[in-house]
Every structure is written in structure tokens, then in C-alpha cells.
Design a protein around this ligand. Sequence first.
Ligand code: F76
Length: 389
Amino acid sequence: MGDEPVFAIDGVSQRMMKSLVLEELNNNPNNNQTLVDLGKQNINKLNLDDFEIKRVLGVGGFGKVFQVKKLEGSDKGKIYAMKVLKKAVIVRNKETKTLDREINLHAKLERDVLEAVKHPFIVQLIYAFQAANKVYLILEYLSGGELFMQLQKERMLMEDTAIFYLSQIVLALEHLHTNGIIYRDLKPENIMLDREGHVKLTDFGCVKESASDEINYTFCGTVEYMAPEILNRSGHGKEVDWWSLGILVHDMLVGSPPFTGNNRKIITERVLKGKLQLKKYLTPDAKDILTKLLKLKIENRLGFGPEDAKGIKSHRFFSAVKWDDVINRRTEPPFKPVLRSEDDFSNFDEVFTMKPPFDSPPGSISDSVSELFIGFSYGGSPQPNGEMS
Ligand code: F76
């Protein structure tokens, strides 16, 4: 990964676009001249009327996820997940201005990354469109549920079960890093399972381009999973994902993350101290990879530098793994989601699925903010899996 922009949308680099967005928000909210036309032909290809909203699936910091059914086209009747993100809230004063800018960028980044990235273990973006103050992402519906639920049920996983999931996560992270993207939010809640029981990473609202440092994402991530260099703001790169992987290995094999506490402050202190006490029942290979992934010093951490995932994939902990079988989904899932129908949602939390399925009405938004999302719409061209109109 060099210093150059690592992926481009319609020929315009991600970084260029981001700086234009920032410039626009910072300096001149009424000046549309600096914006790049990213291809107006894609606008309004699809809208909310093309989908029937069936139920709420989840609520997060930046938006809501609904289960929807496509009403027309070659994929008529197909079930998708629809993520609705707020484009912006009306700027009132200096304080909220910062927050608005981040919400804008989160929505845009999530969509851009999902469009740019295609991988068997990363959730697939099918369509994207916008209306008024909302951004809509139509994603493949992941009927297998959160890995988190499976972890809660089992408390901890057998080592080979954990290795099944971890090997797929390693490949997904490696792919993101190769494309210059740092995931930054690896945690069980973001790891979902498809209908066969294979892993899909979701929620790309916290990603960061590896060469850029323009934005401060203060409210990204869960402290238990956050690398020390994020917590002490000493500057961070792709190695933060390998730290989080270490936390996940521990969480899976022990039933809790290695650094815990009653509040953020205590957890942060424990992470920064980095005193790792490993349970006796862990295998020597597990202990060894945990020690190497959970190194405070970035340079000493497994996965550091240009080798990235290589050192992790060749570690003894993964010695039974045939990486070629993993990427081709030839490994047997330890848990197969039990589905009664294509839109079965029994693997999900009732708190969400019982909510009435309403999307709040679109409010008004200034033209200048709307302009930032020119070229946002996505979809309509055939996907490799041939599922789209
Ligand atoms: N498919 C699902 C299929 C069934 C049930 C839920 C599904 C979800 C889902 O919503 O999971 C919960 C969730 O992710 N909620 C959530 C997380 C983050 C935000 S945020 O944008 O505000 N940070 C919002 C809500 C999903 C997840 C979305 C990806 C498509 C597959 C999917």
C-alpha cells in the first residue's frame, strides 16, 4: 500500500472526493462548483417505492436496518436488508457542525467501501439510493444471524470452531488491507452468518483509508476491542485490525475479552497497560498467537508491516487450515442456521424484530448537503452472482 489513493469511484479517487466534501462543508456551503459530478445517470434509478418494508432488523449509532422485499424487476420478491442512514442533521451551531460532518462521511464511506469491495466474507451491497436527508443501502439479507448470538449461546467455542470463523475473518481483513481499507470495528456484533453458516463482515461505518488521517473518528469502536494506539491517539494503521483479531480470538476461546472492567476508563487503562493473563486451559498455539497479536508495540505485533496477514496465516494456530478451501467456501460450517423460510428472522433479537416497521419521514435538507451525495445511487448492472436487474 503506497501513499496514493487506493480505490476510485467512477475515476475519482476516494481521498479527492473526501477532501472535496470536507472543503465544501468547511468553507462554502453554497458553492456547488467544487463538487465533482460522479455520474448523474445513476441518480434515482431506484427508490423506496421499489421495496416493501417488512420489519425492523436492527438499530445502530448511525441508522436502522429493515427487512425489505423487492417489488419489481428480475429480483422481484427477493428479500434484502435495507440500511437507512441519516445523511445529515440541520446544522445549528458550531458544536453540532462537527457531528454533522461525521455522519455525512460515515454514510458516504460505508457506501463507497461496500461498492468497491467484493469478497465472499464481506456483506454485498446490491443497490444504493438517496432521498431527502436519508441514504439507503440495499444489502444482501444475512439470515444466519450474528456470530455474537452463537457465542452467547455457547459461551465459548471449541478451538476448531473458532478457527473456522477466524480463518474467514483473516481473509476478509487481508482483502480490505490490500485495498487500502482499515476496518477498525472488528467485534462479534459485526460478524454475521449467511444462510449456510459462513462469515460475513458487516457495518462499514467506521472504516478508514489507510493513507488518510483527515478525520477524527472519536465514536468508532468498542473499547474492549480497540487497539492501544487508537485509545491513546498515537496514530494508527491497519495493525489495529490485527489487535482486534487477537481480542476476538480470546473472546471466542475464553468467553470474554482479555481486558474488561466496569467502565470505559478502567478498560482503557487495562488495555494500555497490556498485561495479558492467559487461562491455563488454552492450547500452547492459542497462547502464542494471542501473545503475538496483543503486543502493545505496533512494530512487534504479528501482522505488522507489508507482510500483513501472511504471518498470521502461517502461524501454528492456523496450521490445520487449508486457505484455498477457506476462500472457496469448501470448509464445513460448524453451525448451520435453521431457517423455516427465506425471510426467517428467528435468529434475531426480538427487541428489534417486534418494532413496527416505519422509516421516519424524510425531513428537509439544504441543497448543498444533498449535492454532496451526487452519484450516490448504485445498482442496476449485473453482479457476479447474477442476482440483480
Ligand atoms: N441482514 C440481516 C438479516 C436478518 C436480520 C438482521 C440483519 C442485519 C442487521 O440489521 O443486524 C443488526 C445490525 O447490524 N444493526 C445495525 C448495525 C449498525 C448500524 S449503524 O449503521 O448505525 N452503525 C445500524 C444497524 C443485517 C445487517 C446489515 C447488513 C446486511 C445484512 C443484515
